[in-house]
Design a protein. Sequence first.
Length: 423
Amino acid sequence: MKLNMESQRMELQKAAAAHVRHCRYENNYDRIIKICGVAGCGKTALAAAYVQNTKFHCYFSFQGLDQKNALTAFKNTVSAWADVSSASNWAEVFRLLVPFFKKHTSKLVLDDMEHFKGCDAVLDAIAGLSEFLSDMKNLFFLPCRYAASFGEHQTFYLYPYDYTDIRKAVPTMAAPDVARVYAMTGGIGRLLADYDEKESFQTNLKRWMQPDSVYHCTMRQMVGDNFRTPASYHGILYAIATGQHRLSEIAKAMGVPNNQCKTYLDALIAAGFVEVKEHRYTIVHPYTLFWHKFLYLNTGRLVTDSAALAEEIQTEADNFALNVCMKYLLEKLPFSLHQDAVWLQGEAFDYVIRDGKKTILVKLPEQIDWRCTKTELEKLYDSVTRFSAAFYDAEICIASFHRFSNYCVEESAKLGNLHLVVG
């Protein structure tokens, strides 16, 4: 699935321009801009796409490099800009680049620095450029997972795509499948890029249920990259995903003391996996929640029985998608489901809202594939007078992830009090 990053690129461009203006005004030349977001959301791709619009740009990754080899590799990368072969440390490399920086506008992406042991030396060398450069023609973009990484610098937050973004990117995809894809991926760019929209959701799901799939491996990589003992953190995420939300409940499920469990949870919060409100711990991203709830204990079945597991996951994915994406449907309702809305358990309608003399009746989808047929619509008509004195005294709102039939659309055109909402 190809998602257009142009809007994010434009936002980054505006943020960078605003930062440059601010630095000039404050006479404080901070050339570092952090691009912060969860693993796989496209930080590196965005940074690379943005700097390519500058004639003199470069991308450099510290992944897998020790301090000596990183310095050597970087010197080779910028050798076309200046002769830096004599430099024995980072400060000397950047000093030798000063004549080039004074003459040319440049943008550099320094990737995978969070786990590089020589990170501080690189940052100090960049800061040292202020002794020699009195403008902001040269910027350094540092993708990172944590907002606290690399100290106090301008931070651009890159968020995962949401349901609406995917709908716009792939308008031909049925809304129920968009909901399924968003719920299972959490809008993480790496996973969306691995989804083939030319194939059915079921086909993609079967491929994702392979033990070496991008879908399965990404979660383990995300946790493994952040923590030295990933098994402990997977266990905590599984406990939360399966309904343990209090510290005492999670600690009991893990078999560890509360204070030790609290240390793990604080680390998960700092890494952006978990949030806590009113002493309740919840998982932030739908992908993390889905993976731990349905795949964490099924690794063996991915190897031995992936086809059967995919069929089981389909039902779970449908229910999960309905819960995750319902908020996007509710946002489209012409009436707000405020606290005075009464839930009608077991009734044809789901909610009734009394707004003065007006009665508002709301029908939400029972399943992700629920369709409002002619028969279903007529049943709803028959139920209106149970809640309103007369049919035309009520406002009827029906929401679905599926397109409505021609009959329903024609009825809505005839009746001023019938509102159809498509996810």
